[in-house]
Design a protein around this ligand. Structure first.
Ligand code: MUC
Ligand code: MG
Length: 382
């Protein structure tokens, strides 16, 4: 019967390192390659599914590294699911939670692969399994993060000319605030009203610095300031927001639905950045979005520089949200020197398209998986 057919036969995890087109510099880390764990699930019915766990700069953006993700999938998470029905997504998530605390990126990659395999079995997109798509394309921004304003202006001009992106997120916090303000001033003057700017400080500032700099950012026309304070300082974000200089976006402060509830209680953000690596799966991403919606907090489609696999997973969840007022930032496939799928996501007219077709709507390219695999021989967990 269907139940037996949908049982999980095998889960395989592979660490890959994919070079980026240029150095990507955040407040406290910088990368020239993106490291992912690609999870492949095989069902008894022969259907295959794929998922991706993204990291940024090892265990520095969040606590998970690809080495830890792979180890915990192979030793703890995969064994909890072998033989279990792949279509019982909530039950699978509960089994994973019982097997390992947190490990959100690892759990998200596995859940994505289950949804992909079941969607492929039923001939339905993952979005249909999550409530059904309410949109098929998403406004998508580009991130300027080389740290060199001349290069950043040139890069933004090329994106504008190609009609790929017209909102830019500038990564700040790697240098002194005044140097960042000067850099932003140059970028803002060069782009004028042809582009919208937001910034992400990745927790770099303390409250005093933020109180000093937020009005200046607003003066430069910055529309949204992402995570100016350390993740723990939700009360500080609430005080900053009460000053009303510029809208605030919570990123590292919100991993779980409980974190989201606390941000809502403290009125600490205007919007929240939704990401699989933080929330631990597509169902949990929708749960966090629900808490934000209940508090009147806006939704922003966040990323961690995923390939087209991880980006497709996010878009399938984002597609089911009624409002995604701040658009999304799934430019990841465009900053990679190569992708991991046979047909990359489509970017056009300042939007990225929800891929069509069953499951995630993308197909893993096994040649590329092998090319970028860190170890050429990967063991299976059966
Ligand atoms: C982050 O903190 O938002 C997303 C885009 C980007 O450039 O960095 C990431 C992580
Ligand atoms: Mg961020």
């Amino acid at each position: 019967g269907l139940k037996r057919d949908l049982a999980v036969r095998r889960i395989r995890s592979t660490i890959v390192d994919v070079p980026t087109r240029r150095r990507h510099k955040l407040s406290s880390l910088s990368v020239t390659a993106q490291s992912y764990v690609i999870v492949e699930v095989l069902l008894e019915n022969g259907a295959e599914g794929v998922g991706e766990a993204a990291t940024l700069g090892g265990p520095r953006w969040s606590e998970e590294s690809v080495e830890a993700i792979k180890a915990n999938i192979d030793a703890h998470l995969a064994p909890a699911l072998i033989g279990q029905p792949a279509d019982r997504f909530e039950a699978a998530a509960a089994r994973m939670d019982a097997a390992a605390r947190r490990n959100n990126a690892a759990k998200a990659a596995i859940e994505t692969a289950l949804l992909d395999a079941v969607g492929k079995t039923l001939g339905l997109p993952v979005a249909a399994l999550l409530g059904g798509a309410a949109r098929e394309s998403f406004p998508v921004l580009w991130t300027l993060a080389s740290g060199d304003p001349g290069q950043e202006i040139e890069e933004a001009e090329a994106k504008l000319a190609a009609r790929l992106h017209r909102t830019f997120k500038v990564k700040i916090g790697a240098q002194a605030p005044e140097a960042d303000l000067a850099r932003l001033g140059r970028i803002a003057r060069a782009l004028g009203d042809r582009a919208a700017l937001i910034v992400d400080a990745n927790q770099a500032w303390d409250e005093t610095t933020a109180i000093r700099c937020l009005p200046a950012l607003a003066g430069l026309g910055v529309r949204l300031v992402e995570q100016p304070l350390p993740a723990w300082n939700v009360a500080g974000l609430g005080r900053l927001r009460a000053r009303g200089a510029v809208p605030l976006l919570a990123d590292e402060s919100v991993f779980t639905a409980h974190d989201m509830l606390e941000v809502a209680r403290q009125a600490a953000a205007d919007a929240v950045s939704l990401k699989l690596v933080k929330h631990g799966g597509l169902l949990n991403l929708k749960r966090v979005a629900g808490v934000a919606e209940a508090a009147g907090i806006g939704l922003y489609g966040g990323c961690l520089l995923e390939s087209s696999i991880g980006a497709a997973a996010h878009l399938n969840a984002f597609a089911t949200l009624r409002e995604l007022g701040w658009g999304c930032e799934h430019f990841g496939p465009q900053i990679l020197a190569d992708d991991l799928v046979t047909e990359p996501l489509r970017f056009e007219d300042f939007h990225v398209r929800l891929p069509s077709g069953p499951g995630l709507g993308v197909t893993l390219d096994r040649d590329r998986l092998r090319r970028y695999a860190r170890d050429k021989e990967e063991p299976c967990s059966t």
